[in-house]
Design a protein around this ligand. Sequence first.
Ligand code: ZN
Length: 148
Amino acid sequence: MGNECPICDKHRGIGALVGPVIYADDLVLVTHRPLTEGTPVPGYLFVETRRHAPTLSTLTDAEAQAVGWAARRAAHALHVELAPEFVFSAITGLSVAHFHQHVFARPHGTPASVPWTNADAWPDAPHLDACALGELCDRLAIHFVTEH
Ligand SMILES: [Zn+2]
């Protein structure tokens, strides 16, 4: 695929979606939501296939295994490092037709009125600057290379 896919571009280091890489192998990448979307709430991760596969049903068995492993590791890493109220995960694919799974923390103290899909709707939510984002990603990355 060429330049028309923003996630393929992201994997080549191009475009507004480029975020810090927490884990990468031949099949999947795990990244944190980037600063290009403002100061992100801590712990909003994306698990993406390296290959341009548009949907969950188009993954190979090997890709699906890699995605499942990475999503589980991502959720575990978020639980350990952030101790959030919840870790949510969703696969929607409405905006970009390149497989990506959202794995994200709901910060402690999030009011019940804030939708699970949108922590940004909470004005008092914690946010990360560039330094804190880098430090968090370094801590999260450790959980992908150690035994659990
Ligand atoms: Zn793509």
